[in-house]
Design a protein around this ligand. Structure first.
Ligand SMILES: C[S@@+](CC[C@H](N)C(=O)[O-])C[C@H]1O[C@@H](n2cnc3c(N)ncnc32)[C@H](O)[C@@H]1O
Length: 504
């Protein structure tokens, strides 16, 4: 088996020693290293906590043998152990410290490696079926280790301190809140993963202290490094949702609610070479320069998330082939109804039929996702999901055609340009930008998500944001689009609509 499946990055011993030095001084009775590797943490713990009983678990035989230089190490798969009963401690129960650096590998990477190294339950966080299929449910094996440990140790006097991705730490904190696990305190200390592991990933030393009965607060002070004495912000879970920096901006609380408009994701097709065409002199050509003749009603001006982020949305440099108006629409009728398009798609059938994602199975041939009536609305507010700063762009029709976006872009569709202009003014206003900075995480792969955007309470924003400023912004957007409209009346209509029961 390739070592990759074990997410195998051994921790340098000096780092392990520095990590242990950040922990509160306590008389630990037991120290457990659940994924001991070659034993760096056990070696450091032997020095830092000479009176504690040390125990390791490691799945790879050779690593376990090497780690036994420092402490007894059980050769086992952690996920098959009942951690409350199966561990052969010699000392009586007492304050327990769990330390280590669990695997840095995701569930989907394991699938590629054809590995079974994962917890027995396939769906660790109990995600919804569709999330499991689309990858939203993809989880880190390190996260599964965290949940396995916390479930076993909840209710005991234990502290768990593990190196992990910062995103994993946030997920775990939210999980603890959802499942009411009794946490006394938690801290996140960022580490320089490039320096220590040569990995370009946001990683941290995450510490969670569990106790029997404490006032439960799902908060984690976030420190920039191992030495800092003052946290850069405090991460917390409120109503099951993560938020940071709330202490500095309590005024943002009333804006963190429910967006009255449904955010949509751009089109997903997993076949850029076929579905995305370059615009040359306003005509679609393939990436290799061949002119493409397709019925024009199936071609739409395309903006990618990077275009959106940089505001390059006045003219389109690309077009997208959009063969369906919704994902359930059959495509076979295109053979007669749009013969040029059908010929083009069948010419590229190998690429389209060969799309690996499960979502294309048992669907219309050449089908796409992220398409619906909203795709064909003339005005959209778009924002890139992949960039750290949310730059909202209001995009109107391009040469009379509604613009479409890639699946790394989120959008709100509008029929009425004045509505789009007013909502754009709200989204660009300082309080909403500050809210997004407080509820999104720049170190995530996708800092802006649909879930984050869906938290923007536009109705509260409309009540709060200076009306003069709002109307000036909306009027300027309408002028830019060359559209007529009355932002003042529109703002009043939206306020009334969003205040109505049902809120939309
Ligand atoms: C990132 S390495 C870290 C090793 C060690 N904790 C350290 O800090 O040097 C992860 C370790 O977890 C071990 N591992 C992976 N899956 C495991 C499992 N299911 N049970 C126990 N150990 C596992 C790997 O073999 C590897 O040694």
């Amino acid at each position: 088996m390739p070592n990759n499946e074990f997410g195998d990055f051994q921790t340098p011993e000096p780092l392990a020693a520095s990590l242990l030095a950040t922990l509160p001084a306590r008389n630990w009775a037991r120290v457990l290293e659940p994924t001991a590797g070659t034993g760096a943490f056990l070696a450091a713990a032997r020095k830092a906590f000479p009176r504690a009983e040390l125990l390791g678990v490691e799945v790879q035989t050779k690593h376990a043998e090497r780690a036994r230089r420092f402490a007894p190490v059980l050769h086992a798969d952690l996920f098959t152990l009942n951690l409350a009963d199966d561990l052969p401690y010699r000392t009586a129960a007492g304050p327990t410290l769990v330390i280590g650096n669990p695997p840095w590998v995701t569930n989907s990477q394991l699938s590629v490696l054809d590995s079974a190294n994962r917890p027995p339950r396939g769906n660790v966080r109990r995600d919804r079926g569709i999330d499991a299929i689309t990858g939203r449910a993809n989880f880190d094996v390190g996260e599964a280790v965290w949940l396995h440990l916390l479930r076993a140790l909840a209710g005991s006097d234990a502290t768990v301190a593990l190196l992990c991705k910062t995103q994993v730490a946030r997920n775990v904190l939210r999980h603890c809140a959802r499942h009411a696990l009794p946490i006394e305190s938690a801290t996140i200390r960022r580490i320089d993963a490039r320096r220590w592991f040569g990995a370009s990933v946001d990683a941290c030393w995450f510490t969670v202290a569990l106790r029997y009965q404490v006032p439960i607060r799902y908060r984690a002070a976030v420190y920039p490094d191992l030495d800092a004495g003052i946290p850069e912000h405090v991460l917390q879970v409120r109503d099951g949702r993560l938020i940071r920096d709330l202490d500095r901006r309590p005024d943002l609380l009333d804006l963190d609610g429910r967006c009255p408009l449904p955010w949509r994701q751009g089109i997903k097709h997993d076949a850029a070479a076929v579905m995305e065409l370059v615009a040359v002199d306003g005509r679609p050509v393939s990436s290799s320069g061949d002119r493409i003749d397709i019925e024009p009603e199936y071609l739409y001006p395309l903006f990618k998330c990077t275009d959106v982020y940089h505001g390059r949305t006045r003219t389109a440099a690309r077009w997208m082939v959009v063969p369906q108006r919704h994902p359930g629409e059959p495509t076979q009728p295109l053979a007669a109804g749009a013969p040029q398009l059908w010929q083009y798609l069948t010419h590229h059938a190998a690429a389209l039929d060969g799309r690996r994602s499960r979502i294309y199975r048992n669907r219309a041939r050449f089908g796409i996702f992220g398409v619906g009536p909203y795709t064909f609305e003339p005005y959209k507010i778009a924002v890139s999901g992949l960039h750290k700063r949310p730059c909202f762009q209001l995009v109107g029709p391009i040469t009379g055609r509604p613009a479409v976006f890639d699946d790394a872009t989120y959008l709100l569709p509008f029929h009425d340009p004045a509505e789009a202009a007013v909502v754009h003014a709200l989204l660009c206003a300082e309080p909403i930008q500050a809210l997004l900075a407080a509820i999104s995480f720049p170190d995530s792969k996708r800092p802006i998500t649909k879930a984050v955007l869906q938290r923007i309470d536009l109705a509260a924003a409309l009540r709060r944001i200076d009306r003069h400023q709002l109307l000036a912004h909306a009027t300027a957007q309408l002028d830019r689009l060359g559209s007529a409209g009355d932002p003042a009346t529109t703002a009043d209509i939206l306020a009334a609509r969003w205040a109505a029961p049902g809120n939309a």
